[in-house]
Design a protein around this ligand. Structure first.
Ligand code: AHR
Length: 659
């Protein structure tokens, strides 16, 4: 793989000769008139349970198949030993399976279960973990269990790194809890539970293990480091739960939000379409426990200061995977789907006395979540999409006129379907249109002016899924992130029409991914923020409040021919100005930031600059070296009506200036 250093050596002679003649690029920035406001929702996050983003990822549960509901094998993820029986008349009607552990019939034999977690159970030495289980002694009386975290690869005398006893008493189902404190860190530990004492028969259901240190301390909580990586993006909008998962490979397995709320013990398991969508990245044990459900999404949105944006099924199953009409819900039978959308708005915003508002209140949030947006349909296309969307729009408008509706322009960034759907969205009165583009370098380099001439009278734009998929380099690397930064100048410059943008996908487990690049990677103990994460973070940190006009030779700086690979945009934030310049060329570029609209004696002052560049052009941060590609703050000095600077080759620079 050629890195930037080698490339630069190869170009050295050429650069030396060109630098001598390099012209200074004068950017005229007009301070007289603040342009369009930049929406608080502008930069956000897109969550989908792909790449083990929920179970095994953000959702901090450590026990796989905790309710014994995996359909092919209720003991998938478990190793049973001794006398273990799976039964199906448990206390939770929508998760009916549980296990019965009985006396193995011999003093030297044992009955119990090991759980393997997702790619192992990761625990940190000295930290505390909450083990809970629903249990009963069917014949009454008491039974005792040993609960351990074990290192099966240990060469020490003991395999366990912690163990606790748990006494179960009585024939009624009750929840029990013990706190485990492992003495050492295990990346791939195992949870072991077995009968001890007189080994009286015991029944176990919903076996769960969470770190006590979850995001915001919630018991049904999220992994602290991953939630923090989201909060640090300062996302204005939080789209969930996907993506294709909204649609399902078939309608019965679409994401059904009503199955994801209420007590976690009674949320029915769903398959995960990413289990088998790509046969070359196949994960036969990938399901959705729905432990991370719509309540948890709304709660997280609130805690990280974003507007929630749920996307619901429009009654069309994934059109990539279903050609037959019968796969989809006929338009005249859509009422249950429409009701799901109306009920969701009530769940989010209704008073605690309303039917769905009460479900929310019972979960611990009597105050409304203040939902403002809802998306109907993901990547749908053809006339069937507007036909399906129309009755949703009518029903939502009638019941909730203030809710803003997001429609879709299909899976492509341009082309026949895209050109058909945009006018259709306008006709139906969608408030925003969700555009998707996973495209190569050439596309990103050519899109610097994408939104400059969009129809200002139609719906607003939600750039809802995008990432630079390098040609031959469809993995995370710095150069791809640089081109994303370049593209984002057109989003920022056109903030009057682009109201939201979310990179996708968000998360990936290094041992469980189906799709890349992704924004944040992790294993069981560590996580890493990619170069693309830093680009998103720089844009949201230096978001500003209003667009400022920035021109070079009277035109926008969009990487167009003759602009030396430069892209630029400028915003105002109170008395501060942020100028973003992306130099996609391999030569340094001199720029002069010339400020118009100042009074005679007024000047501007340089405050600082943030440079984001790397010699590791085709690499990214790693779990072992998570900060090697990071933005660097530097000196930017000067005062006057114009400021001069050099933007290094292949660099994204943010200039901070005060008025
Ligand atoms: O982000 C991964 C997938 O890409 C999404 O599920 C889908 O909407 C798109 O095709």
């Amino acid at each position: 793989m050629m890195n930037r250093k080698r490339m630069m050596t190869g170009l050295a002679v050429l650069l030396l000769s060109t630098v001598a003649f390099a012209q200074t690029h004068r950017f005229d920035i007009d301070l007289k008139k603040a342009g369009a406001p930049i929406q608080p929702t502008m930069y956000g996050i897109f969550f989908e349970d792909i790449n083990f983003a929920a179970d095994g990822g953000l959702y901090a549960e450590l026990v796989k198949n905790r309710s014994f509901e995996y359909p092919q094998d209720p003991l998938q993820g478990w190793k049973a030993f001794g006398k273990v029986e799976v039964r199906a008349d448990g206390p939770f009607e929508r998760c009916p399976h549980y296990v019965r552990l009985a006396n193995p019939g011999h003093r030297e034999k044992w009955t119990g279960l090991d759980n393997e977690g997702w790619f192992g159970i990761g625990v940190k030495g000295g930290e505390t973990y909450r083990f809970t289980v629903w249990a009963r002694v069917p014949e009454g009386g008491k039974s005792s269990l040993r609960v351990e975290l074990v290192n099966t690869a240990s060469m020490g005398e003991d395999q366990f790194v912690c163990q606790e006893n748990l006494i179960v008493s009585g024939s009624d189902w009750k929840q029990y809890e013990v706190i485990l404190t492992p003495s050492e860190t295990l990346e791939k530990g195992v949870l072991r539970i077995f009968l001890t004492g007189d080994r009286r028969t015991v029944d176990l259901e919903h076996v769960s293990l969470f770190p006590t240190d979850t995001w915001m301390g919630h018991r049904n909580g999220l992994r602290q480091d991953l939630a923090q990586a989201l909060a640090d993006l300062h996302p204005g909008i939080f789209r969930f739960p996907g993506g294709c998962i909204v649609e399902g490979a078939d309608l019965p397995t679409r994401y059904n939000w009503k199955n994801t709320v209420g007590p976690v013990e009674n949320r029915p398991l769903n398959e995960n379409r990413w289990e088998y969508t790509f046969p070359h990245r196949f994960f036969p044990d990938y399901f959705q426990s729905y432990g991370l459900g719509f309540f948890e999404f709304f709660q997280l949105a609130e805690e990280i200061g974003s507007e929630p944006l749920p996307i619901l099924s429009c009654g069309l199953a994934c059109q990539f995977q279903n050609e037959a009409d019968e796969a989809h819900c006929p338009v005249d039978e859509l009422q249950p789907f429409i009701q799901d959308a109306l009920d969701l708005i009530e769940f989010a915003n209704g008073p605690a006395t309303s039917a769905w508002g009460k479900v929310r209140a019972d979960m611990g949030h009597p105050e409304p979540f203040g939902l403002k947006f809802i998306g109907i349909g993901n990547e749908q296309w053809g006339p069937e999409y507007p036909e399906h969307l129309e009755p949703f729009v009518r029903a939502i408008r009638a019941a909730y006129p203030d809710i803003r509706i997001v429609g879709s322009s299909g899976p492509n960034s341009e082309g026949e379907q895209f050109d058909y759907l945009w006018p259709e969205m306008k006709r139906l009165g969608a408030d925003l249109v969700d555009e998707h583009f996973y495209r190569p370098e050439s596309w990103f380099l050519a899109q610097g002016a994408r939104y400059d001439n969009y129809d200002r009278k139609g719906p607003k734009v939600f750039a809802g899924e995008y990432a630079c998929h390098g040609r031959g380099r469809k993995y995370n690397h710095f150069h791809a992130s640089l081109l994303e930064a370049a593209f984002m100048t057109t989003i920022e410059r056109n903030a009057d029409i682009v109201h939201m943008a979310t990179y996708a996908p968000l998360f990936a487990h290094v041992e469980g991914w189906q799709w890349r690049p992704d924004l944040i990677w992790y294993d069981n103990l560590r996580s890493m923020r990619t170069a693309s994460w830093h680009v998103q973070q720089l844009y949201s940190t230096y978001k500003g409040q209003n667009v400022l006009t920035l021109k070079m030779d009277g035109v926008n700086v969009t990487g167009a021919e003759g602009q030396d690979g430069l892209f630029a945009s400028a915003v105002q934030d109170g008395n501060k100005v942020y100028v973003k310049v992306i130099n996609t060329s391999e030569a340094p570029q001199d720029v002069e930031l010339a400020f118009g609209g100042l009074k005679k004696k007024e000047t501007v002052r340089a405050v600082e600059r943030i440079d984001f560049t790397s010699d590791l052009l085709y690499e990214d941060n790693t779990l072992d070296d998570p900060c090697r590609i990071s933005p660097v703050k530097g000196n930017f000095a000067g005062e006057g009506k114009a400021l001069s600077a050099t933007v290094p080759p292949l660099c994204f620079t943010v200039f901070v200036i005060t008025k």
